[in-house]
Design a protein around this ligand. Structure first.
Ligand SMILES: O=C(O)CCC(=O)C(=O)O
Ligand SMILES: [Fe+2]
Length: 333
């Protein structure tokens, strides 16, 4: 059991990595990254009193990139560093303690501590362990997957969620208005108050061959929007015109990814961003994405107000749970 955690593998290999982590040549970061150039993803100051301007910047970035960073978002830096320090403390616990939170074998829910998320082409593995648990709304929370140790874990996560609502609402509002919808309509379409906030902590241990391995492999997020908080180690990359570029780390910024459900709802007006992560030789990278997810039984498709005879739907309408099942098992949608 223990041997399959990347954190343990990392502590037993010094110069090499197991074959299963060596990506094929069309994926190896040393070969496929455009070196020395950071991607110019928009950085948006969301504290600007000119709300129309913020709306336009958010919508433009979502159409053009499917990705942007926000600064001055109102989440105090103490709240952020507390969330990061309890998350890190969890991953630094002895292995047996972490295993208490392991995703039970065969469980339907994604929640819990684990490794290797999806079936990968060619059976390759990502250099990363994770912990998933829902943080909102209260009826969706299963505290069984919230670490009891460190003792401040719960408090730190609850505080972070409290501040996250403002960011979530601002994003949905801007994305709705720019499509000509009422400000609440996109959020409603992904479940409104029943939309869940699923937190993932990614833990990327140091890797003896960061030139050959990847952390999380190339993907778009399945959810509606992802609000991602990284630690200060560079590692996020996004794809632009078929090439991979680093996305610059900005202290205290939040990285926003437009996910598949917003692309679908907007009938393709907004893009979902294709991204992946790299690892480093001697530093532990961590990240805290929060995926804003529709309830599994909710059907999501192009918004009825955005389709007509001239603009026919480009995507199927289907239940979010079925969408995820197909995507994770590589079944066509
Ligand atoms: O670690 C990161 O910066 C991104 C992680 C990610 O894309 C994911 O977990 O979906
Ligand atoms: Fe992602």
């Amino acid at each position: 059991m223990e041997a399959e955690r990347v954190q343990n593998i990392a502590s037993t290999f010094e110069d090499t990595i197991p074959e299963a982590f060596i990506r094929s040549e069309h994926e190896q970061p040393a070969i496929t990254t455009v070196h020395g150039v950071n991607l110019d993803v928009p950085v948006i100051d969301v504290s600007d009193p000119d709300e129309e301007k913020i709306t336009r910047l958010i919508a433009d970035a979502s159409r053009e990139w499917g990705m942007f960073q926000i600064v001055n978002h109102g989440i105090p830096s103490e709240v952020i560093s507390k969330l990061q320090s309890v998350g890190r403390a969890f991953f630094e616990l002895p292995q047996v303690e972490k295993e208490l939170y392991a995703k039970p074998p065969g469980a339907k829910s994604i929640e819990g501590y684990g490794t290797f998320l999806q079936k990968e082409v060619e059976g390759k593995k990502g250099w990363v362990d994770h912990l998933f648990h829902r943080i909102w709304p209260p009826p969706a929370i299963n505290y069984r997957f919230w670490p009891k140790n460190p003792p401040l874990y719960r408090e730190a996560n609850e505080e972070y969620v409290k501040y996250l609502h403002g960011v979530v609402d601002k994003l949905f509002k801007s994305l709705s208005l720019d499509l000509g919808l009422e400000e609440h309509e996109l959020k409603e379409a992904v479940g409104g108050d029943e939309m869940t906030y699923l937190l993932k902590i990614n833990y990327y241990p140091p890797c003896p061959r960061p030139d050959l391995a990847l952390g999380v492999v190339a993907h778009t997020d399945m959810c509606s929007i992802t609000i991602l908080l990284p630690n200060d180690i560079q590692g996020l990359q996004a794809c632009r015109d078929g090439q991979w570029y680093c996305v610059k780390y900005i202290p205290n910024a939040l990285v926003i990814h437009i996910g598949d459900q917003i692309k679908i709802l907007s009938n393709g007006k907004y893009k979902s961003v294709f991204h992946r992560t790299t690892v480093t030789k001697d530093k532990t990278r961590m990240s805290w994405p929060v995926f804003l997810e529709p309830p599994p039984d909710l059907a999501v498709g192009p918004h009825p107000k955005l389709v007509n005879e001239k603009n026919p739907p480009k995507y199927k309408t289907k239940k979010y749970g079925d969408y995820c099942y197909c995507k994770l098992n590589k079944i066509p949608q």
